[in-house]
Design a protein around this ligand. Structure first.
Ligand code: SF4
Length: 109
C-alpha cells in the first residue's frame, strides 16, 4: 500500500480506541510514513500498520508492526521524520468518531 494509506481506510475496523486526543503529541496515523498493509489469515486478511521511516523498533532492533486497530495509540512526543498528511485535528477526530460508530455497529450485529 502507498504511504498515507490510513487516510483511505479510516472507516475500517478498529477497536480499543483512545477517546481523547492529546494534540501536543504526534499521531502516526496522520503521518505520510504510516503505511497500511494486509496480513493473510486462515480466513481473509488482517490489516496492520508500519512506519516506513523505520521508527518503530523492537528492543533488539527488528521492525515493529501493529494491528491497524491500535493505530490511535501510535503517538510520539516528537519525531524528526513526521510528515503531516494535513489537518491532524480534523482527521483524528473524524477517525475517532468513525471508530466509535463502528464499535457501536459491531455491538448490535
Ligand atoms: S515517521 Fe515518525 S510520526 Fe511518522 S509514522 Fe513513523 S514514527 Fe510515526
Amino acid at each position: 500500500m502507498h504511504s498515507g494509506a490510513i487516510h483511505c481506510y479510516y472507516v475500517m475496523s478498529m477497536s480499543n480506541v483512545e477517546r481523547s486526543l492529546n494534540l501536543n503529541k504526534i499521531y502516526c496515523a496522520n503521518c505520510i510514513h504510516c503505511q497500511l498493509f494486509s496480513v493473510p489469515q486462515e480466513i481473509g486478511a488482517e490489516l496492520h500498520v508500519r512506519c516506513a521511516a523505520e521508527k518503530w523498533k523492537k528492543k533488539l532492533g527488528q521492525e515493529k508492526k501493529y494491528r491497524y486497530s491500535t493505530i490511535m495509540r501510535r503517538c510520539m512526543d516528537s519525531c524528526d521524520c513526521y510528515e503531516s498528511m494535513g489537518d491532524a485535528e480534523t482527521f483524528l477526530r473524524e477517525l475517532r468518531d468513525l471508530q466509535e460508530l463502528e464499535e457501536k455497529m459491531n455491538g448490535t450485529l
